[in-house]
Ligand binder design. Structure first.
Ligand code: ASP
Ligand code: MG
Length: 423
């Protein structure tokens, strides 16, 4: 019997009616002659609400307790979905991440899955049950503590289970019809793509596209597992994230896969740094020792005086204040002039494997921004991506302009966003 792994996101499970609707879909999949293992996220915006609650009782909640709190969201969903399935006359068993054998390292808040031992799942499936697993969580092998996988982590749970169970397909159900050429919440003319190479999807996810979590795509790529992204609100065929088999498989692919955007980063500028060897090394050593991951870096001739440079870099907003603190601490030692912090920025990324062989992509991108009066603050590139930083309040316009300039606008109506608050 084929084995299907399905994952339902928070917006597909927002309230009792949604849960009943999802239960119906799951039972239909089972009735169609499949074994079904389902991974669920927390209902609606539950995770954000739990985070707000934690923040209200403590400005710096202990990581262990935060993970205990957040995993409760997915546990609510798993039990409710199981109950709704029982009410339809089928039998379901729910399991926490730990019970499902999702073994992680011991990093709270962004644990990595290191092994999956799904003995209990296989057993329950074998006994004829539908299995419901709480996503986004696991248990640390070393500390035996409950961990979470980072925001959007249920996607990764689904792919990891699908790989461990050797499933025939991993379906990720969300609130849009699949993967679009841009976020349909910002670009109503975004076009749904039928398929996208996992290399491109990985770059889109790394550039801020939230439709799939980055780790989930990395995991699927490692295990050569196709993912089918679809809407739980429609029965349309979604998007396949596939592994190209040889070059032939890639020739039909468009030059540009899509435009991603990201509002999660901030920018620090170190003003008036001595233009001499070792300065950048000292700056980024301090940042690294603070445990902060950086993204883009730009070095310019300083506006303040000659023989000096300004070094700007981007980092997650959540690490912004810490980044400023660690640099402030070495100000006298390094002798730079001042620090500027700006969290009103956004990043646009154009992604496509066709960039490798098609010149002029950057020129078209910059022209589209120029024609719309959008100033570029930073630029970075990879083999299949060009990213620019703009002012936050110009980012949406920038995404729309670039989407149009590359001919990505759909000609058959607006993209449908079925649910979710986009939070
Ligand atoms: N509930 C978690 C979150 O909102 C995990 C997930 O949705 O995948 O990030
Ligand atoms: Mg979610």
């Amino acid at each position: 019997m084929p084995l299907v792994v399905q994952k339902y996101g928070g917006s597909s499970l927002a309230d009792a009616d949604s849960i009943k609707r999802v239960a119906r879909r799951i039972v239909d999949t089972r009735k169609a002659g499949n074994q079904v293992c389902v991974v669920v996220s927390a209902m609606g915006d539950t995770t954000d609400e739990l985070l707000d609650l934690a923040d209200a009782v403590s400005p710096a909640p202990p990581e262990r307790e935060l993970d205990m709190l957040l995993t409760a969201g997915e546990r609510m969903s798993m039990a409710l979905v199981s109950m709704a399935i029982a009410n339809l006359g089928d039998s379901a068993r729910s399991f926490t991440g730990s019970q499902a054998g999702v073994i992680t390292d011991d990093v709270h808040g962004k644990a990595r899955i290191i092994d999956v031992t799904p003995g209990r799942i296989t057993e329950a499936l074998g006994a004829g049950h539908i299995v419901i697993v709480a996503g986004f969580q696991g248990v640390s092998q070393n500390t035996k503590e409950i961990t979470t996988l980072g925001r959007g982590g249920s996607d990764t749970t689904a792919v990891a289970l699908a790989a461990a169970l050797n499933a025939d397909v991993c379906e990720i159900y969300t609130d849009v019809d699949g993967i679009f050429t841009a976020d349909p919440r910002i670009v109503p003319t975004a076009r749904k793509v039928d398929r996208i190479a996992n290399e491109e999807m990985q770059e889109m996810a790394a550039s801020g596209a939230k439709v799939l979590m980055l780790r989930c795509v990395e995991y699927a790529r490692r295990f050569n597992l196709p993912i089918h992204v679809r809407s739980s609100f429609s029965h349309r065929e979604g998007t396949w994230v596939y592994q190209p088999q040889g070059e032939d498989d890639d020739v039909e692919a468009p030059i540009i896969a899509g435009v991603a955007h990201d509002r999660s980063e901030a920018k620090i500028t170190v003003v008036g740094v001595d233009d001499s060897p070792g300065q950048a090394a000292s700056i980024f050593k301090a940042i690294a020792e603070g445990g902060i991951n950086i993204d883009m870096i730009v070095q310019n001739v300083s506006a303040v005086s000659t023989g000096k440079t300004d070094v700007s870099f981007t980092l997650p907003k959540t690490d912004g204040q810490r980044g400023v603190q660690v640099l402030q601490a070495i100000k006298d030692q390094l002798g730079f002039e001042s620090l500027q912090y700006d969290d009103q920025i956004g990043k646009l990324s154009l992604v496509g494997s066709g960039m490798r062989s098609n010149p002029g992509v950057s020129a078209t991108l910059f022209q589209a921004l120029a024609d719309n009066g959008i100033n570029i603050e930073m630029i970075s590139t990879s083999e299949i991506r060009v990213s620019v930083v703009t002012k936050d309040d110009q980012l949406d316009d920038a995404v729309r302009a670039v989407h149009t300039a590359f001919g990505l606008d759909s000609s058959d109506g607006e993209a449908v966003v079925y649910g979710g608050t986009g939070r």
